[in-house]
Design a protein around this ligand. Structure first.
Ligand code: ATP
Ligand code: MG
Length: 301
């Protein structure tokens, strides 16, 4: 079943779309079937993947507002193993139209229920705001990946964002985890970038991805050619850094799966011990280590 990851930060221009497109493509070439959902009315992910604006094309709007199944609006992103749910300008209206609908925060979650079996990863590119489109994305996700630009107010911005996520966990999605904080547009020639990176790491520890995305002109150029950077210039630092990020995301997923098996195993053994024991108490610790039940604090799983 797919890991659903929202790529979110209320701040604009921090690299959300660049990350959705290039992490998505890097996961797909690493043989992980991936779906990218463009949940931003700006439609930058859609055009960066080579799909020019087309009012006749179905989009996420049809799914969120008209209840069209997600498979009906999904298109082949022209990269093996990569699909796209495109955005269009109608989505601007969707954020408003959703206000009066039933289950307005959960429409994407419901729509994804069946598709989750078809992919290893589903990435959702969010708009730079906390509107109903972003809330739908966060309600539908297992985790959130937060790109942070290495600049002066970065730390302040991310603390606010984590407060917001903690509130969302209490309201719309108690099991939402932090997939990771991603340092973007990093420039190792500047003291500021280094300082911001060091501060974020000392504050957020292992919530920060080891992979860092450098400022790289190829990453900025690739969207105008309608292709992810690995197809535009595979040897660029940008391509390399998103491949490393994909490796890290896959490794984290495998680690979680391993822990899941271990937990299930421990549970089975504990249950067996419980059945064997005449007191029947031996199984009560089988849920230990399950972070999903440990309350609302935001943290890596
Ligand atoms: P918005 O909030 O408007 O949706 P965003 O968070 O999705 O923005 P992007 O569109 O990914 O941000 O990036 C903003 C701009 O910075 C784009 O022009 C993009 O090409 C450029 N950019 C992003 N990451 C990098 C990078 N690592 N190196 C160089 N340019 C980058
Ligand atoms: Mg964007």
């Amino acid at each position: 079943m797919a890991r659903v990851i929202a790529i979110a930060n209320q701040k604009g221009g921090v690299g959300k779309t660049t990350t959705a497109v290039n992490l998505g493509a890097s996961l797909a070439v690493s043989e992980q079937r991936t779906l990218i959902i463009d949940s931003d009315p700006q439609g930058n992910t859609t055009s960066a993947l080579g799909f020019p604006k087309d009012p006749s094309r179905q989009s996420l709007y049809q799914t969120l507002i008209l209840g069209e199944p997600i498979e009906k609006v999904t298109i082949d992103a022209q990269v093996e193993g990569l699909d796209l749910v495109p955005s269009d300008r109608n989505l601007v209206g969707a954020a408003v139209e959703l206000v009066n609908m039933d289950d307005r925060e959960y429409r994407l979650r419901e729509a994804l229920r069946k598709s989750r079996d078809n992919y290893a990863f589903i990435l959702i590119d969010c708009p730079p705001s906390l509107d109903l489109l972003t809330l739908n994305a966060l309600a539908a996700s297992d985790s959130v990946l937060v790109p942070i630009q290495c600049e002066y107010f970065a730390l302040e911005g991310v603390s606010e964002l984590l407060d917001t996520l903690t509130r969302l966990q209490k309201s719309i999605n108690p099991s939402l985890a932090i997939e990771g904080i991603l340092l973007t547009m990093y420039d190792d020639r500047t003291t500021l970038s280094k300082q911001v990176a060091a501060d974020l790491r000392s504050f957020f520890g292992d919530k920060v991805f080891e992979s860092v995305i450098p400022r790289n002109v190829r990453l900025a150029e690739a969207p105008s050619h309608g292709m992810p950077v690995i197809f535009y210039d595979i040897h660029s630092k940008g391509a390399e850094s998103y491949m490393l990020l994909a490796k890290e995301v896959i490794a984290n997923a495998q680690k979680r799966a391993g822990e899941g098996i271990e937990r299930a195993d421990t549970g089975t053994r504990a249950a067996a011990a419980g059945a064997a024991s005449s007191s029947g108490n031996a199984g009560v610790t089988s849920d230990d280590g399950d972070s999903g039940s440990s309350g609302p604090s935001v943290g890596p799983e």
